[in-house]
Design a protein around this ligand. Structure first.
Ligand code: WTA
Length: 659
């Protein structure tokens, strides 16, 4: 963190939008932004009423905008009715855009499959009819465990069409993580694939489903629908498993959308918090959709003819809002990519931008940093070797973008012509919250700049009092917004305690530390809780710790984050074994076992980069692990703080040794 703050201090250039861009923008200039912001300030409910009426198709119009009577359990547009899938698909077909390409799918091996809005609607309806025929209905819950594919979007939209609440599990998560989520949402159906292609390799998916379903509390799952992607032998449970093509065989490509109440849950998505168990973030139908669509329009300045590409997997919130819902609601043409940025080489993204004439590109700082490295090493994969002239806007999401990466992205990808939208938001916020508007906001590298209209972001101290600009504090959102989290699935207490703790005056507490500069720009400093951000993926230190201590060799473990030049943060684990402290090759061997164990327990993204063994952990005399100290040790910095309260100062020496 400290390195990025230092570099922020040396990077003080401001990049205003160019005039031509401003003239043609959806929100043209700072005055237009300020006017919208003021509209929301002066008449909060009127502002949201207008947006919801202008942007959504309602089967039954709402009369009440916001119901705060049960705060912090807010309701938006509560007596309105609509269907999300109708708003994403039928609307465009009815308005004559049926032949427009909705999705350009590019497979790992480069094969391209375009699908029009009309064809996508037909596919969603067929699959939805299959679900209906199998007895699934509104209020049921479905687990989706699919690779990036048209099928993933079809499955999500089909659930939305029928009011089945979906919970997508990222394909990189283990059978154990999958099992936890199947049980927690109470799923009755799992939609998966036999396998997936990534970087030229076929990787199995279905075995994880089989393993998860062989465990307890999964009896509710009646069907497993399997999309055939990689082929080959697949373990099969007769009566439970069915191939996707058989499932939708003979189904009509028309399916009446089910009328949903605004507040009916659309999906649940699990994310890491500060305790061991991931939280099921519950989102609504109308409010979520409104914000997904509006932010696509505002933040990305999207207009007919734009080709949008968000590289996030549908297993994350970014892939929900900016792949499965937002771009479709806004009627865009979007690229969906199965593969990885480095296959067949690290020029893949730039090559695809050129071939598909992408105008809007949205990715994570981790990807940018790894591609900087690759293009430094090999000019053939440098953005300069590709035609990026179609680009208008480039974006960043998921973690702070360090000013060096920002400037590289701006120069080499955006050619100093495309604004960068550095978007701050979270799984819980449903959509972008603090971000530049490409035709309005002067950009400062490393700052996510200003809140969107209708979003009342602020920095406060631990009593909820505003802190002056230039002073660090806790990032809060003072008023509710339509796409906000509605609950933690099955755990209302956790919802209240995590996001609306009493000291913060009813504000939404984001869990990030931040400060504003003298222009009111927001600078995010990172999480204030025990959540790490590794390659833009949220990971709880407690989650990794509980995985480690569940290994038979481990007595105790403490996990901290360390700044990492590529992944943002890296996982460092301090481990005490039940046996003696291992050395040399044996230590290496055990460290490998533990890494593989964590991959099996959570998923490969959670593997510790660095494991260190000690006879004990540094603890205070009252027995608390001194994590602050461990963070210093993890960075390889000298411990300057007072260690006199330590029970066992000699331990520190051991823990400086990496295996
Ligand atoms: C971090 C991803 C700095 C932040 C959409 C937040 C960011 C967490 C940015 C949410 C950004 C996200 N600048 N930090 N532009 N965007 N973060 O739930 O710490 O996976 O709390 O949502 O990522 O991660 P999540």
């Amino acid at each position: 963190m400290s390195t990025s703050i230092e570099s922020v201090l040396v990077e003080n250039r401001v990049f205003p939008p160019n005039e031509e861009f401003v003239r043609n923008a959806v929100i043209p200039g700072m005055d237009a932004y300020k006017a919208l912001y003021k509209e929301a300030e002066d008449d909060f409910e009127g502002f949201w009423r207008r947006q919801a009426n202008e942007h959504l198709r309602w089967t039954r119009p709402f009369t009440q905008v916001l119901d705060s009577s049960g705060a912090p359990f807010y309701k938006w547009f509560a007596d309105g009715e609509l269907n999300v899938s109708y708003n994403c698909l039928d609307k465009h077909v009815e308005e004559g855009r049926g032949d427009q390409t909705a999705i350009i799918f590019e497979a790992d091996d480069g094969a391209v499959t375009p699908v029009t809005y009309k064809a996508l609607l037909g596919r969603v309806c067929r699959f939805a009819n299959g679900l209906k025929a199998a007895g699934y209905k509104k209020g049921d819950t479905a687990i989706i465990y699919l690779p990036m594919s048209i099928e993933a979007v079809v499955a999500m939209q089909a659930c939305a069409r029928l009011g089945i609440i979906h919970s997508v599990v990222f394909g990189g998560f283990s059978a154990k993580s999958l099992h936890e989520r199947i049980v927690d949402v109470g799923a009755s159906v799992v939609i998966t694939a036999d396998g997936q292609y990534r970087g030229g390799k076929a990787l199995p998916l279905k075995p994880a489903v089989d393993e998860a379903l062989s465990q307890s509390n999964t009896e509710k799952v009646r069907s497993v629908i399997v999309y055939r992607r990689t082929g080959g032998d697949t373990h099969w449970v007769d009566g439970r498993d069915i191939w996707w093509e058989d499932f939708e065989q003979g189904q009509s490509d028309e399916c009446e959308p089910v009328v949903m109440n605004s507040e009916d849950p659309l999906f649940i998505l699990y994310t890491s918090g500060s305790t061991g168990k991931p939280k099921g973030v519950q989102h609504s139908s109308a409010g979520y959709l409104l914000w997904a669509m509006l932010t696509v329009k505002w933040t990305f300045d999207q207009k007919p003819g734009d080709v949008f590409w968000c590289t996030a997997d549908v297993g994350w919130i970014t892939g929900h809002t900016y792949v499965a819902y937002g771009p479709l609601a806004a009627g865009l043409t979007q690229v969906v990519f199965e593969g990885v940025p480095t296959y067949p080489n690290a020029g893949r993204f730039w090559d695809m931008i050129g071939r598909h004439k992408v105008t809007t590109f949205y990715t994570a700082p981790t990807a940018i940093r790894s591609l900087i490295k690759a293009s430094d090493a090999d000019a053939k994969v440098h953005p300069d070797s590709f035609d990026l002239s179609s680009l208008r806007i480039i974006g960043s999401v998921g973690e702070p973008i360090n000013p060096e990466a920002w400037v590289w992205y701006y120069k080499n990808v955006g050619k100093e012509r495309c604004p960068i939208v550095d978007t701050w938001w979270q799984t819980e916020t449903g959509g972008q919250m603090i971000t530049p508007l490409p035709g309005a906001t002067p950009l400062k590298p490393g700052s996510c700049t200003l809140p969107l209209p209708g979003i009342f972001a602020a920095i406060v101290d631990e009593t909820g009092e505003d802190v002056p600009n230039g002073k660090g504090g806790f990032l809060v959102i003072k008023k509710p917004w339509p796409a906000m989290i509605r609950n933690v699935w099955g755990d209302s207490e956790r919802y209240k305690n995590s996001y609306f703790p009493a000291e913060y005056r009813g504000y939404y507490l984001a869990g990030d530390g931040a400060q504003r500069d003298n222009d009111g720009y927001f600078w995010i400093m990172g999480r204030i809780d025990d959540v790490l951000n590794v390659s833009g993926h949220r990971l709880g230190t407690m989650e990794v710790e509980s995985a480690l201590v569940s290994h038979e060799l481990v007595a105790e473990a403490a996990v901290v984050g360390r700044p990492d030049a590529t992944t943002g943060e890296a996982v460092v684990a301090f481990v005490v074994l039940k046996r003696d402290r291992p050395h040399g090759d044996e230590a290496k061997e055990i460290a490998k076992q533990l890494r593989d164990w964590v991959a099996k327990e959570i998923g490969p993204i959670a593997k510790p980069k660095d494991i260190r063994f000690g006879d004990n952990l540094p603890k205070t005399r009252s027995g608390k692990i001194m994590r602050r100290l461990l963070r210093v040790v993890a960075k390889g910095e000298e411990v300057t703080q007072d260690v006199s309260t330590l029970e066992n100062p000699a331990i520190l020496e051991q823990l400086t040794e990496s295996v």
